[in-house]
Write a protein that binds this ligand. Structure first.
Ligand code: FAD
Ligand code: MLT
Ligand code: ZN
Length: 478
């Protein structure tokens, strides 16, 4: 159990009773109340299979009103609650630590509408990202967010974690694409949508406080999302390079030459590349290189865009920055190349226990950290690798050992966090803090900011029932 491995003490919440179960059945019906130990396994264990809670009930409301009634009851009774979307989060935020009531958004998956003139998509929070993507695509629009977990993660979970992903470079953060939210506070108060207008300066932008709050300030029940027009042509390059210095030069040239059509710039080192294509049985597009870069462009001028990409790759090759590469635009071919990149996270978990670090670091310094950690850990670990959203300064540093060894964590932390702070980076670029990173917030936030966050939590959720043991540190700066 998470609580034992990480030595956490249960806070003073009420324990679930038969009366509570009766109230829940009245609100959501028998089928909305999950209590069987085997059925609960999914809700208690996270995607990485590192965090395991001990909840004895998961609730599946279908409407905002039902969800509000549940929270009202839990708040009155002081029952702790863990909101859960697709349970693909990577920091242990989506599963209970002790016996919190799991509040699953799985059945709140109705897509309401898409205004094809304004691009405003309205959906319940439990809609799966890939389903939304298909819905928007059929109507000539694109969801401004894409990530490897799209087949299971939900738009509400994406908003709650302020997920970044592969299209961040092009469309920016969810803070700029979420037009409005319907949320429910801990006491059951429903905060309805506001105007859902991009321009709206009528007071504080309350909905932004829920974006990235990881279920600790309120539960997101509906999302209004701005979906840009869908590009009609997409091309993808997969390139092999000899050094990280060349990766940086390649980024520099690419961002200048293709800035208006660039939609992704990702990098992988050789360890990630090899592990991913082997574990996913994808035939390797290129021979071994120290580094690989994936450049995606999307626009509306198929011939012109392809020519610009080909000409850039030719220039990069003439400068010996790129040694070998392939450019594809056939959808199934692009998918199989993306599989190598999107599949890294899963592939590494098949090799053992993964110590995951999701960092913002200035591009120039980024890979120095991977090399420093590799040197520091030597042969005590199976592998130490780096990949990520280079265009957004976001490094995913992953260390793998056969099993979990607490002494390896002690070697890695706080070393990695101090290194990151020294370079004015962020110790959580896109995954959030959840349970696992809650006590490292101070590496990227001032004591003043942390105290203000604590006061926000007290204001939104005075009884502290929403996702306890997550995001905020166990002790606050004095
Ligand atoms: P969950 O995992 O269920 O929950 C995540 C957090 O949000 C929890 O704290 C939970 O309490 C809260 N929450 C969920 N739903 C709600 C709601 N409706 N209201 C309030 N709180 C809620 N992340 C990135 O940023 N970029 C990536 O590229 C990326 N790639 C990934 C690739 C893979 C293969 C995997 C497994 C994960 C990846 N992630 C990535 C992690 C990412 O955070 C999640 O995939 C996603 O955003 C979480 O959505 P979810 O519905 O699964 O939420
Ligand atoms: C990714 O970019 O692949 C995700 O953020 C998952 C990960 O960090 O492993
Ligand atoms: Zn990522």
């Amino acid at each position: 159990f998470t609580a034992d491995r990480y030595n956490v003490r249960r806070r003073d919440y009420a324990k679930l009773s038969e009366d509570d179960l009766r109230v829940f059945r009245d609100i959501v019906g028998d089928s909305g109340v999950v209590t069987g130990p085997e059925d609960l396994e999914f809700y208690n264990v996270d995607w990485l299979r590192i965090c395991r809670g001990q909840s004895t009930v998961a609730l599946r409301p279908k409407t905002t009103q039902q969800l509000s009634d549940i929270l009202k009851h839990c708040n009155t009774r002081k029952l702790a609650v863990c909101p859960q979307g697709g349970n693909t989060g990577l920091v242990g935020g989506s599963v209970p630590v002790f016996d919190e009531v799991v509040l699953s958004l799985n059945l709140m998956n109705h897509i309401e509408s898409l205004d094809t003139v304004s691009g405003t998509l309205i959906s319940q929070a439990g809609a799966v990202l890939e389903t939304l993507e298909n819905y928007a695509s059929e109507r000539g629009r694109v969801v401004p967010l894409d990530l490897g977990a799209k087949g299971s993660c939900q738009i509400g979970g994406n908003v709650a974690t302020n997920a970044g992903g592969l299209r961040f470079l092009r469309y920016g953060s969810l803070h700029s694409n979420v037009l409005g939210l319907e949320t429910v506070l801990a006491d059951g108060t429903i905060l309805p949508f506001g105007t859902n207008m991009r321009k709206d300066n009528t007071g504080y932008h309350l909905h932004h406080s829920f974006i990235g709050s990881e279920g600790t300030l309120g539960v997101i029940t509906q999302v209004a999302l701005l979906c840009p027009p869908k590009p009609s042509s997409v091309s993808l390059c997969f390139l092999g390079l000899n050094s990280f210095e060349d990766v940086l030069k390649c980024y520099d040239e690419t961002s200048k030459a293709l800035t208006d059509i660039l939609s992704a710039f990702e990098f992988l080192d050789t360890e990630c590349y090899t592990t991913s294509y082997q574990e996913h049985n994808v035939s390797p597009p290129l021979k071994p290189f120290p580094f690989y870069v994936m450049i995606e462009v999307s626009g509306w001028n198929a011939e012109g865009d392809t020519n610009r990409v080909s000409s850039l790759v030719e220039t990069l090759m003439n400068k010996n920055l790129v040694i070998h590469g392939t450019i594809v635009n056939e959808p199934s071919h692009m998918l199989s190349l993306w599989k190598i990149r999107e599949g890294v996270a899963e592939a590494l978990t098949r090799r053992g226990y993964v110590y995951k670090y999701d960092l913002s670091i200035p591009k120039r310094e980024m890979y120095n950290l991977v090399e420093d950690v590799r040197k520091r850990m030597g042969s005590s670990v199976e592998s130490c690798s780096g990949y990520g959203h280079l265009g957004d300064n976001n490094l995913h540093l992953n260390i793998v050992t056969k099993d979990y060894y607490p002494e390896v964590t002690k070697q890695l932390e706080p070393y990695i966090f101090e290194w990151t702070r020294k370079h004015k980076g962020s110790v959580s670029a896109e995954h959030g803090l959840g349970f696992k990173k809650r006590n490292v917030m101070q590496y990227s936030q001032s004591p003043q900011a942390i105290k203000l966050m604590q006061r926000m939590k007290e204001l939104y959720d005075p009884n502290g029932i929403l996702n306890p043991y997550k995001v905020l540190p166990d002790s606050f700066p004095s």
